[in-house]
Design a protein. Structure first.
Lengths: 297, 246
């Protein structure tokens, strides 16, 4: 019985794999990851492999190039609900480059700068995710924290800073600490905001959010299931849902997004969804690798 | 004592990159810098240690080396936030941040490096951070690891009573020291980094080394008096039992 069940399951999986027709478009063992771009049913996915598991980092649908496929890509746009007038945006962690590409596409006046550790990721994004660099959409290769420090020295300011430095499901620990958030805050213009991509399924989420809250007194969370985007404001303030909605409608009519920006309001989670008391990540102590293995209850 | 020195040496090497990452990134060159620093320091330490045995052939030399190393390690984590301000601080805060010496050194080197070579460079260019990483790991770790390197020849000289047995005692002590290094790597990476803060690990290492050094200073003469011929081996086993309490 069990055998036939297993056989049936195996056949079903095989059939699914055959119909899915995965085509490997790009494959590279870089200094930091094993990177692959697969094409399934016309959709391209960038995957990093770590410890034998594949992690989807970015997805791109060539038939609808200007619509975000993964939910977190869309959720990153929630940062504009707080700063609809943003002129300069910094992103740490390129991936497939969907977020900077879409920002550049819909809001070409914005100076969009990205920092990416791995040159091979940029190569994959340019080859298969239709990512194009120009003077308004730049990429610098190097460690996120080192580049933040360099920009601080040059007194560069940004209105929005997006943090999305994942390396196969985990964040390098020196990009999670209070000291890092403080440096990021130093790069923000007056009333600048930070938006961080976080995975809510492990203990690291509580620590990460507590650390962020220590530096950014007002946090706003977006995302129902899966990854959450956590928006942090440098000053304590109360942004009401109505205000976000007005900004969303204004932006929607101004930039004609092919996805509905006001729908982001439905993803807003006003409830505090993390344990507010406890330790935070510091440069002296950030057990990221341990905490990302402990599931939250 | 030799066991503890081996332990501390590798333990420090494991924590090293954690101190560098916040300033210079966590690239492979951080590891390369730390390891090469330790290798050069050991080479110098062995050589110096050999010289020292000609002048001060007493067991207290080992104690002094142990205590000096502990002081060097503690110096790395002293809070200097009274005197220096966080280079990237944006506002006055309610609580003073903890700025250890190693952060201050790293930040300083970073600034000097950037001012010297990348003052007017294009922001898009990725700066080469390898050399400042190497320099700062030299400044931070050269002295303590060279001191630990000195312990080996001093201990060999102490343990050698007859010329025919010098190979035997050297082999013996190398084995003990490397066994210590093995535990230093394993325990530090498996059980210390994570549960404990970086500065707590350093304080623990310093305390262990100081206790071992002082204990060795007092226990060694006793074992010598009791059984002069095999005494050095005994003294090793005595200190060996003391170290794992950390």
């Amino acid at each position: 019985m069990n055998k036939s069940l297993a056989l049936g399951l195996g056949l079903a999986l095989l059939a699914r794999d055959l119909t899915a027709q995965t085509k490997v478009l790009f494959e590279k063992e870089s200094k930091y990851h094993y990177i692959r771009v697969d094409e399934e049913n016309g959709t391209r996915t960038m995957r990093f492999r770590r410890k034998g598991r594949e992690y989807d980092e970015s997805r791109y649908d060539p038939s609808h190039p200007n619509v975000p496929v993964l939910s977190y890509t869309r959720l990153f746009f929630s940062s504009f609900l707080f700063r609809p007038d943003a002129k300069r945006v910094l992103m740490i962690g390129l991936g497939g480059g969907s977020v900077p590409r879409l920002i550049h596409h819909y809001m070409p006046d914005i100076q969009m700068d990205t920092v990416e550790l791995d040159g091979a990721v940029l190569e994959a994004a340019e080859k298969h995710f239709n990512f194009k660099r120009d003077e308004k959409n730049t990429v610098r290769i190097g460690d996120g924290r080192v580049h933040v420090k360099i920009m601080l020295r040059r007194k560069v300011k940004y209105d929005i800073i997006m943090l999305d430095a994942f390396r196969g499901g985990y964040i390098p620990y020196h990009l999670t600490t209070r000291e890092f958030f403080k440096q990021v805050k130093g790069l923000l213009s007056e009333n600048g905001i930070v938006a961080a991509n976080m995975r809510p399924d492990f203990k690291i989420y509580d620590y990460h959010k507590r650390t962020m809250a220590k530096v950014f007194p007002s946090l706003y969370t977006f995302g129902k299931t899966g990854n959450k985007i956590c928006v942090g404001l440098s000053r304590r303030s109360n942004v009401h849902k109505n205000e976000m909605m007005q900004n969303a409608i204004k932006l929607q009519s101004r930039h004609q997004f092919e996805f509905r920006l006001p729908a982001l309001i439905d993803d807003y989670q006003p409830r505090i969804d993390y344990e507010t008391k406890g330790e935070i990540f510091t440069d002296d102590h950030a057990p990221v690798n341990i905490l990302r293995g402990i599931p939250r209850e | 004592m030799v066991f503890t020195c081996g332990w501390i040496l590798m333990g420090m090497e494991m924590v090293g990159p954690r101190l560098m990452a916040p300033v210079f990134g966590s690239d492979i060159y951080a590891w390369g810098s730390i390891i090469s620093t330790f290798m050069v320091a050991l080479a110098v330490g062995y050589w110096m240690g050999g010289k020292v045995t000609r002048k001060w052939n007493t067991h207290w030399t080992l104690t002094v080396i142990g205590i000096a190393t502990s002081i060097c390690m503690l110096l790395l984590i002293v809070d200097v936030s009274y005197f220096v301000h966080e280079s990237d601080a944006t506002e006055v805060e309610e609580e003073r941040p903890y700025i250890p010496v190693h952060r201050w050194v790293n930040d300083g080197l970073f600034d000097v490096w950037m001012d010297t070579f990348y003052k007017d460079a294009d922001l898009l260019e990725t700066p080469n951070m390898r050399w400042p990483t190497l320099f700062s790991s030299f400044i931070l770790f050269f002295l303590p690891s060279a001191l630990l390197g000195m312990a080996s020849p001093v201990a060999i000289r102490l343990a050698t009573m007859e010329l025919e047995r010098v190979g035997e005692s050297a082999g013996h002590l190398y084995a003990i020291s490397t066994a210590g290094s093995f535990f230093g790597v394993l325990v530090t990476s498996f059980h210390l980094i994570g549960p404990y803060r970086n500065h707590e690990i350093f304080v623990g290492f310093s305390a262990t080394l100081t206790v071992a050094a002082v204990a060795f200073g007092f226990v060694y003469p006793m074992t010598q008096a009791a059984e002069p011929a095999v005494a050095p081996e005994h003294s090793e086993t005595v200190t060996k039992e003391e170290s794992p309490d950390e």
